[in-house]
Design a binder for this molecule. Structure first.
Ligand code: HSE
Length: 446
């Protein structure tokens, strides 16, 4: 090898993604050296299950039962944490930073909750915490937001960042089957975990959205204050009705400043004011590029004040797509270790650019579905309540015959309305005697 630069890597966790990373580092050493100018060598793998590490082709002498032994080797300049969770993983990352090692992690839950502390410590120690694989798996999204779009003030970000939910919703739309059946199928095919709650209840998307907010909007949120809705209550009926009217349903992470920075803004600062951050099921017009992203794919659409719209699409999970992102971070960290510097620096904003806006102040169009007794005056009573609460109706449809008890579905598409007014209407209508079941509320994102 012409180049004499080298950098040792220590991997913590030899699971699915760890296995992919080890596989790429071992089989692509020459290629990575050619492209980075650094001989990146996997020097040790720490895993409580030595057999699992050995099965990856890692020589026995490089397998460690305790991650702390990695720090005894001064050649290991980059530590990769792939055990996940917020317990041992937190200690491993903090210990690695303390030991002056650059860190690569895919741990979105930990960074969403303790990112401020972790990045601040890394900043103090002069090391990187790289997390490309934490958001949208193999898509080089962090790289794009941090470096490629560094000149932009972001106006909005909408993302499909959970492949499990996207798979289930796509299947519901394609087959007309209910949620429970599509979830069971996703579990059978390996697209959903045995315990799917972190995915289908929106928590995983929330973790990713928190990181995107910090990165693209310079705003760290207190994670529990994030508005999160999952897809458990999505009914096949709503997908069918809205589908027939030209909409596609997706679970979206949404970040929107209340007052987006002007296009090609005159000022040099970031945005300010209030920021809406929410994970929720949303209807998109079929022509929206996000609407066409189906199956287990992820996609993120951004609007920057200089670049305008961009869209990033690809695999959000899986052994090798995720390993691809992790190895990209390893190359970045190795470069910092060997050549110094850290590229465009990113650490948490000391002061948030925005404050978090309550979802009650969100303004968009809404789809509402009421399952009602099919009787005179019912439609009028619903629309009267909406009107009294300043909700203007753009279209109303009633579908009969869908329900065995003779009930009908009344579906309302509103003009842009304030969410608090929609919720007040639903609270009022919720107490009315004609209602058969819980009303549906789905936001329309345009
Ligand atoms: N479980 C996630 C998904 C991948 O389904 O997209 C890891 O965040």
């Amino acid at each position: 090898m012409a180049d004499k630069h080298s950098c040792g890597v220590g991997l913590i966790g030899a699971g699915v993604v760890g296995g992919g990373v080890a596989g790429l580092l071992l089989s692509r050493r020459e290629l990575l050296a050619r492209r980075t100018g650094i001989d990146i060598e996997l020097l040790a793998v720490a895993d409580v299950d030595a057999a699992r590490a050995a099965a990856l082709g890692v020589p026995e002498k490089k397998i460690l039962a305790d991650y702390r032994l990695l720090f005894d080797n001064p050649e290991i300049k980059v530590v990769v944490e792939l055990i996940g969770g917020v317990g041992v993983a937190a200690n491993a990352i903090l210990d690695a930073i303390e030991a002056g090692r650059h860190v690569v992690t895919a741990n979105k839950a930990l960074l969403a909750k303790r990112g401020r502390e972790i990045f601040a410590k890394a900043d103090k120690k002069g090391v990187i915490v790289a997390f490309e694989a934490a958001v949208a798996g193999g898509i080089p999204l962090i790289l794009a937001l941090r470096d490629g779009l560094v000149a932009n003030r972001m106006q909005s970000l909408l993302g499909i960042v959970n492949g499990t939910c996207n798979y289930i919703l796509s299947q519901m739309a394609a087959s007309g089957r209910p949620f429970a059946e599509c979830l069971a199928e996703a579990q059978r095919l390996g697209f959903a975990e045995a315990d799917p709650s972190a995915d289908i209840d929106g928590l995983d998307s929330g973790h990713k959205l928190a990181l995107l907010s910090a990165l693209a909007f310079e705003t760290w949120i207190d994670f529990p204050s994030l508005h999160i809705e999952g897809i458990r209550d999505i009914r096949d009926e709503d997908i069918r009705i809205t589908g027939n009217l030209g909409y596609t349903l997706k679970l979206l992470g949404v970040i929107r400043p209340e007052q987006p920075p002007e296009i090609i803004a005159k000022g040099s600062g970031g945005g300010s004011g209030r920021l809406f951050l929410s994970v929720h099921p949303a209807l998109l017009r079929r022509g929206d590029p996000l609407a066409g992203v189906s199956g287990s794919l992820n996609a993120v659409k951004t609007e920057g004040d200089a670049v305008m719209e961009s869209m990033f699409c690809g695999r959000g999970a899986g052994r090798y797509p995720t390993a691809s992102a992790v190895v990209s971070d390893i190359a970045l960290a190795a470069s910092a270790a060997v050549f110094g510097g850290r590229g465009p620096r990113w650490s948490p904003p000391e002061e948030n650019a925005y404050s978090l806006a309550p979802i009650a102040d969100y303004r968009t169009r809404y789809y509402l579905r009421f399952t009602v007794l099919d009787a005179p005056g019912v439609l009028g009573r619903i629309t009267t309540v909406l009107g009294r609460n300043q909700v203007s109706i753009a279209a109303a449809h009633q579908f009969e015959g869908d329900h065995p008890d003779g009930a009908a579905s009344v579906c309302i598409f509103s003009h842009v309305a304030r969410e608090g007014d929609i919720l007040a209407s639903l609270a009022e209508i919720g107490g009315m005697d004609f209602l058969r079941g819980k009303p549906a509320l789905i936001r329309i994102e345009e």
